[in-house]
Design a protein around this ligand. Structure first.
Ligand code: 4NP
Length: 155
């Protein structure tokens, strides 16, 4: 099994959207028995809450239902569970690297680093400008490449 964890600040916008989309890509390739996916937030501000209505609406446009997801803060156990930890912006990466043991540092990656022309760029927080379509498009460029990465590097 390979365990993949998506992380953002609140775990109600970007990372649950990533979880929902990555699960769809995994099921399209019949890889459910090989890859687990979860998401978490740096902050506990939204703990227990559903994904933002705008995030749910954007995913629904693409036939994806993420209404069952609930926000939760990342814990130290997540760093042991995960083989790959994908953060959405440089602030997420900063906090993840602060929290992780030295042996887990290499698991941490910035989401858009896998997209050659967008490497180093953040996926901005749609919580402020409600541009959930932009978030979906960014994730849909990066996540198929992360799935290829998992298939070729972690199995
Ligand atoms: P997310 O968006 O990190 O993409 O889930 C946010 C959601 C909530 C907050 C910040 C970002 N907040 O400050 O509560």
């Amino acid at each position: 099994m390979t365990n993949v964890l998506f992380v953002c600040l609140g775990n109600i916008c970007r990372s649950p959207m990533a979880e929902g989309l990555f699960k769809k890509l995994i099921s399209d390739q019949n890889l459910q028995a090989k890859i687990n996916v979860d998401s978490a937030g740096i902050s506990d501000e939204e703990e227990g809450n559903q994904p933002h209505p705008g995030a749910q609406a954007e995913m629904a446009k693409h036939g994806l239902d993420i209404s069952n997801l609930r926000s939760r803060p990342i814990t130290t156990a997540d760093f042991h569970w995960a083989d790959l930890i994908i953060g959405m912006d440089s602030q997420n990466i900063y906090y993840l690297k602060q929290m992780a043991d030295s042996s887990d540092q290499k698991k941490i990656h910035l989401c858009l680093d896998i997209v050659e022309k967008e490497a180093g760029q953040d996926i901005p927080d749609p919580w402020y400008d409600h541009k959930f379509g932009r978030t979906y498009q960014q994730l849909s460029r990066a996540l198929p490449k992360w799935l290829d990465y998992v298939k070729s590097n972690l199995h």
